[in-house]
Design a protein. Structure first.
Length: 370
């Protein structure tokens, strides 16, 4: 489906080489200051053509608010956001119209619907994420104003290069965005650039990992059982194109630890008057029992190498006849640096939904106790 959320509901629309893309956001709290200037910076971080290491498709990705605001404030009604496609080239995909790209969604979309977008990836293209990022910018503004929540993602690995551990409590977007590959480690940045350039020269591609921290999330967000906060985060992150894995806190590394080492002891010395507790470690990644515990939420998302590459590949066409495919068009040799704002946006969409649900529960509880 093309929608996300319950209390804060987002529906995205548009294809990669159509007239444009965008989203409709329902459930935005009223009377919040909001203009295009609040949304555009996040889209600028996501847009193509940022450097020689990304696709050279030239798009300004200028967002237009079409409804839901007046005089710079939200009305509480659905907000429509639209971004026009300016540099679409459907002709680049002529040679691929009869050959499904290996590991792309061409074949599966055709099998599911009996038809597919003739150019680009259609709804499976990364341009679909423009609506997510735009909606995420709205969600992030509310989270910041209401709770002081901060969301920062960064590239922690590309190919065989992995950066050293970093203090997730202190990292900033400014540090991340100083790097051409959005890695806040100068030494690792240079090695990552070299890996991407090498793959690019070979007309090949690379994958990697985006790490993310969400700070100042209040305890109590998330639902038991099927709507656990980490389950929602995993769902959101794995809905992003090219993702192949998700882990939170200690993740898979925690399986090799003993419980005595993995447990996060509570700290009574940092307990506040309202009963808030801290922990001395954070192997849980800020979530316990599916509910936030007030510690930083830390997770990682794995991205595969982009499927569309210029390197010749032996495959078959839709009729099963052997073919050699050399993909044409403009494509990212590595999507990981541009995925950073998408990961941040999806985290914001998960958190605002959980926050509004909890806010509604708290209000109902207060009324019931009167």
């Amino acid at each position: 489906m093309s929608h996300w959320g319950s209390a804060f509901r987002v529906t995205t629309f548009g294809e990669s080489h159509g007239g444009g893309v965008g989203c409709i956001v329902d459930g935005v709290p009223p009377r919040m200051p909001l203009t295009e200037a609040d949304i555009q910076p996040m889209l600028d971080r996501r847009r193509p053509g940022q450097s020689a290491l990304t696709t050279q498709r030239k798009e300004e990705d200028l967002v237009k608010i079409q409804s839901g605001t007046e005089r710079g404030f939200t009305l509480g009604s659905p907000i429509s956001l639209f971004v026009a496609n300016r540099d679409q080239r459907p002709g680049d995909y002529g040679s691929m119209s009869q050959i499904p790209r290996p590991s792309h969604a061409d074949y599966t979309y055709l099998r599911k619907y009996g038809i597919k977008s003739a150019s680009g990836g259609g709804r499976s293209s990364a341009r679909e994420t423009i609506g997510r990022v735009a909606a995420g910018a709205i969600a992030e503004k509310w989270l910041s104003l209401a709770y002081g929540i901060e969301i920062v993602a960064w590239v922690s690995s590309i190919g065989h290069t992995t950066m050293d551990d970093i203090d997730a409590a202190a990292i900033t977007r400014q540090e991340v965005d100083k790097s051409l590959v959005r890695c806040p480690d100068a030494s690792a940045t240079e090695k990552m650039k070299q890996e991407i350039e090498s793959a690019q020269a070979d007309q090949d591609s690379l994958g990697g990992v985006v790490s993310c921290v969400c700070r100042n999330v209040p305890p109590g967000w998330g639902e038991p059982s099927f709507d656990k906060l980490e389950a929602k985060l995993a769902h959101a992150m794995l809905s992003i194109p090219a993702t192949k894995g998700f882990e939170i806190g200690s993740g898979f590394a925690g399986t090799s630890m003993r419980g005595s080492k993995h447990n996060d002891p509570f700290s009574s010395t940092e307990a506040s008057q309202d009963g808030m507790l801290s922990t001395s470690t954070n192997h849980s990644g800020g979530i316990q029992g599916g509910i936030s515990n007030g510690q930083p939420i830390v997770f990682r998302v794995a991205f595969k190498p982009p499927a569309t590459i210029g390197l010749a590949q032996e495959t078959v066409d839709y009729k099963g006849k052997s073919q050699v495919l050399k993909a044409e068009g403009r494509h990212d040799p590595c999507v990981v640096p541009r995925a950073v704002p998408i990961v941040e946006a999806m985290a914001a969409l998960v958190l605002i939904d959980a926050g509004l649900v909890q806010l509604g529960r708290s209000g109902a509880t207060q009324k019931a106790s009167l």
